[in-house]
Design a protein around this ligand. Structure first.
Ligand code: AMP
Length: 599
């Protein structure tokens, strides 16, 4: 029931007093975008005036935008790494932030094969929590009655490691789910999950998924929304159901939890929920036994009104399979965030994925923008700090690269995301997420760039040397038709002595050698999360890449400028490549990965 019009919001009638307050906050922030940004920068610079990093730029106490922009360089992670390394090694002096670094957040973006480490401070948790608190009030504007049931969310933590000086390093969501803000969140009828905290907080991905799925099945009629953070997570959950429904149904029938679940906290809490229910067990078996997965989400959870998953950016590849599983339920992309900083939210979450826009909340950090026009690239030099644009300066239709300054101490840091202004809410621009720079392949959280792929190919092709064979050309493709998805690499070989070419076994080992060379997020997804399947090499006939070039030229590419695309997704090109495949090889085992990272 909407509250009375006295507290109505331009966004729509709020569902309750608490929502009204949240919507008022969004209005206030988006109406005063520029002045909020000015204040945020001033607060950051005041708070961090004495830190080593800022001191070197001689701001001399200035906290205004002009001075900041004229003196502080725009940087990437590599520029910050020496400072971060010192913090990791135990230097507790105020290097980047005047507040103590509470932990490192490990980004899915990597540097030298390892997750980037983002220092954070305790106060940032409250800022993130604030953004989370705005999501349901917006959702409630579009979907009434979400307080009458539960959300089935597949949420996971990952292994954490420690720096030599004892600071914890873990992904931002692991940090959030383990926080008191999450664990002891007050009851909110609009935010009731089917998964007990203990199931989310179990680090073993099988036990966590199993117990969350089991609870989801038990509460199936109460479920009003299904989700995961990213689309890949929900696809993986459905695949898990496909593989484990018999055992899940068995548990439901008997009321006894599978012996595979050994985590005592999980056993304890799930056992309290699990009661013998032969009718439900029969229902699960009937729905799953024929192997028909079309509409499975709405068949099992018939009251689901929408899927709460991010399907923008690299996740767009999962839209067809989610539509298949859910009979085209709306897919709401509610927020846009990163380890460095949470950015903003989607104020119209029920729109089609192609129309999703995120409104950056100006209280989250100080945001600047580099105009992104590939035909007229801006050169960023460290010696002469560029005058970048503010949130208030952006133009409709134009693309920009995001640069952030945060309370935790990042100053003019290039996130790597390219955004396009699609509209405005009050004075705040609303952005379509275009892409992340330099990402060639991505199945789950992994982001593999061209250099990483190149060196993986080089390392693997070492194994071909003794067969007098070289890789003359290659390209790649993220295959998400398999679940989990996997990397496919097309190789054209030059086999100098066809009587002694590489055997199938050697080519299988090449797949593994490539995986061993890929970054730790890829390997973690392969080993700990099972969210990426074994890498595949498809050997194509000699001359295939020349045909690829002919095809591109026939479509208007310049012969002088033609470069082999290192990743392909255009159907006619895939068809051409696949029609020339002479053999197919898969990684015979998982690559090496450990939760202990190098510091
Ligand atoms: P991480 O640092 O691992 O948390 O990854 C953050 C990155 O994930 C962002 O910089 C984006 O590239 C991507 N990302 C986060 N939220 C979204 C979203 N809603 N849509 C598309 N990409 C996103």
């Amino acid at each position: 029931m909407a509250v009375d019009s006295a507290i109505s919001s331009p966004l729509g009638p709020p569902a309750c007093e608490k929502d009204a307050k949240a919507l008022r906050f969004i209005e206030e922030m988006t109406k005063n975008c520029d002045s909020v940004q000015e204040n945020v920068l001033s607060e950051i610079l005041t708070q961090n005036a004495g830190v080593e990093y800022l001191q070197q730029w001689n701001l001399n106490g200035a906290t205004d935008r002009e001075t900041f922009k004229s003196k502080v360089p725009v940087i990437t992670y590599e520029d910050l790494q020496p400072y971060i390394q010192r913090i990791a090694n135990g230097d507790r002096s105020p290097i980047l932030s005047s507040h103590p670094i509470s932990e490192f957040l490990t980004s899915s973006g990597t540097s030298a094969g390892e997750r980037k480490l983002m220092p954070t401070i305790a106060a940032e948790m409250d800022r993130r929590q604030k953004l989370y608190s705005l999501l349901m009030p917006v959702m409630n504007l579009y979907v009434p009655g979400l307080d009458k049931g539960k959300g089935l969310y597949f949420l996971f933590i990952k292994a954490e490691s420690k720096t030599p000086s004892g600071l914890v390093a873990r992904p931002v969501l692991t940090s959030y789910y383990k926080s008191q803000q999450f664990k002891t969140r007050p009851f909110d009828p609009y935010n009731v999950y089917t998964s007990p905290n203990e199931t989310i907080l179990c680090v073993d991905s099988f036990q966590s998924m199993y117990s969350q799925m089991l609870c989801g099945l038990i509460y199936r009629e109460e479920v009003l929304r299904c989700g995961a953070v990213f689309a890949s997570g929900l696809v993986r959950a459905i695949k898990f159901l496909q593989l484990n429904w018999q055992e899940l149904a068995q548990d439901i029938e008997s009321g006894k939890l599978s012996t595979k679940i050994i985590d005592p906290a999980v056993r304890d809490c799930v056992s309290k929920i699990l009661k013998p229910n032969p009718d439900l067990a029969r229902f699960v078996r009937e729905e799953c036994c024929e192997g028909n997965w079309e509409g499975i989400i709405t068949r099992i959870w018939p009251n689901t009104k929408y899927l709460d998953v991010i399907v923008t950016g690299a996740m767009a590849q999962y839209i067809p399979i989610l539509d298949y599983y859910s009979g085209n339920l709306p897919k709401t992309c509610t927020m846009y965030a990163s380890s460095e900083c949470y950015f903003g939210l989607n104020l119209t979450p029920m729109v089609k994925p192609s129309e999703v826009c995120y409104t950056i909340m100006p209280n989250m950090g100080y945001f600047e923008f580099i105009p992104h026009d590939p035909s007229n690239p801006v050169t960023i030099s460290r010696d002469q700090p560029p005058h970048l644009l503010d949130l208030a300066d952006l133009e409709l239709g134009k693309e920009y690269e995001l640069v952030i300054s945060t309370y935790s101490g990042l100053c003019r840091y290039r996130v790597g995301d390219i955004l396009q202004v699609k509209g405005f809410h009050n004075s705040a621009p609303q952005f379509k997420f275009i892409r992340r720079k330099n990402v060639l392949l991505s199945i789950d959280a992994d982001k593999t760039d061209e250099t990483e792929l190149q060196s993986a190919v080089e390392n693997a092709s070492e194994l071909l040397k003794e067969f007098n064979t070289t890789v003359v050309e290659y390209t790649s493709y993220g295959d998400t038709k398999t679940i989990p998805g996997h990397y496919v690499i097309y190789w054209e070989l030059l086999i100098k002595d066809p009587t002694n070419g590489p055997t199938d076994d050697v080519l299988d080992q090449c797949c593994l050698a490539m995986e061993e060379s890929l970054n730790s997020v890829y390997r973690q997804s392969r080993v700990a999360d099972n969210s990426i399947g074994p890498l595949e090499i498809r050997i194509v006939q000699n001359g295939t890449f020349e045909e690829l070039m002919d095809y591109a030229i026939s479509r208007g590419a310049s012969i002088n400028q033609y470069k082999v695309p290192r990743c392909v997704s255009f159907t006619p090109i895939m068809e051409l490549l696949d029609s020339r495949v002479v053999s197919v090889h898969f990684s015979p085992k998982a690559p090496h990965w450990t939760s202990e990272r190098r510091f």
